[in-house]
Design a protein around this ligand. Structure first.
Ligand code: HPA
Length: 274
């Protein structure tokens, strides 16, 4: 079955379940699910009910689509995302982003837990993603291109939308939410980096490193969806003072940064003019 037909079947199912027609989509990263408490939920749909949706395998990801109001706008939020390291191919990882577009989503807000490589960053800090480096060695657009979804050679100019970034920055200032900025390097994981790898990723221009986001953002840009992205720094990747890190520590650090992310996303959506 073609990707187009799979998208259509998923969308047909979802439209029967919910009256919400979202203009904004939100992807919640590892340990960053609390934003959903702010959503006035109209409908919840578990991933395993939706035709062709993959099902999440990571414990800290719940696995459902939430429809409702956030910051006065109709939104759809993914509680739990899919990662390449789980064994999905990138068409599966990015399938929800395709579905969001057909549901009417024009703006995608992505979030993640990331390692901080910029010496200005500390654990628990909120960082707005200004750009990314795809260091996964794969690409979700490889394979035949369906022109009805997007062009064969999509431009990555203004990948993280400048107007949305300005809006988020202004909002952060108004709300007194500390906000750093940085370039996100996407790797496959699942292991964290060696000291030498953190050094290398810093040298090639990275401020943050993580195992998600890049495939979803590439697909969003392919289909013309505007993107805004945030990371919470969950561990520090300074090669000369590296310390042991565990998934538990990452979850705890994400929880520390979560209130800032939640507040900023909500307030920024409130100020969007769509
Ligand atoms: N490296 C890669 N992915 C991550 C990290 C990291 O240090 N922290 C959270 N996700």
């Amino acid at each position: 079955m073609s990707l187009r037909s799979k998208i259509d079947e998923a969308v047909e199912y979802i439209k029967k379940q919910t009256k919400t027609r979202p203009a904004v989509g939100v992807i919640l990263g590892t340990g960053l699910g609390a934003l959903v408490d702010e959503i006035k939920t109209e409908t919840e749909i578990p991933y395993d009910k939706i035709p062709h949706f993959p099902v999440s395998t990571v414990e800290s990801h719940t696995g459902k689509l939430l429809f409702g109001k956030l910051g006065g706008k109709d939104v759809v939020a993914m509680q739990g995302r899919f990662h390449y390291y789980e064994g999905y191919d990138l068409t599966q990882v990015t399938f929800p982003v395709r579905v969001m577009k057909e549901l009417g989503v024009e703006i995608l807000i992505v979030s993640n837990a990331a390692g901080g490589m910029n010496p200005q960053f500390t654990v628990g800090e909120l960082v707005m993603i200004t750009d990314h480096v795809n260091f996964q060695g794969v690409n979700p657009l490889i394979g035949p291109n369906d022109e009805s979804l997007g062009t064969r050679f999509p431009d990555m100019y203004d990948c993280y939308n400048k107007e949305l970034r300005n809006l988020a920055e202004e909002t952060a200032l108004r709300e007194k939410i500390p906000l750093q900025k940085g370039v996100y390097v996407g790797v496959t994981g699942p292991n964290l980096e060696t000291a030498a790898e953190y050094r290398f990723l810093r040298i090639i221009g990275g401020d943050l490193v993580g195992m998600s986001t890049v495939p979803e953002v590439i697909v969003a840009r392919h289909q013309g969806t505007r993107v805004l992205g945030f990371s919470i720094v969950t561990d520090i990747g300074f090669p000369d003072s590296l310390e042991p890190c565990t998934h538990q520590k990452i979850i705890a650090a994400a929880a520390k940064g979560e209130p800032k992310l939640t507040a900023l996303v909500k307030k920024t959506i409130e100020r969007m003019t769509i």
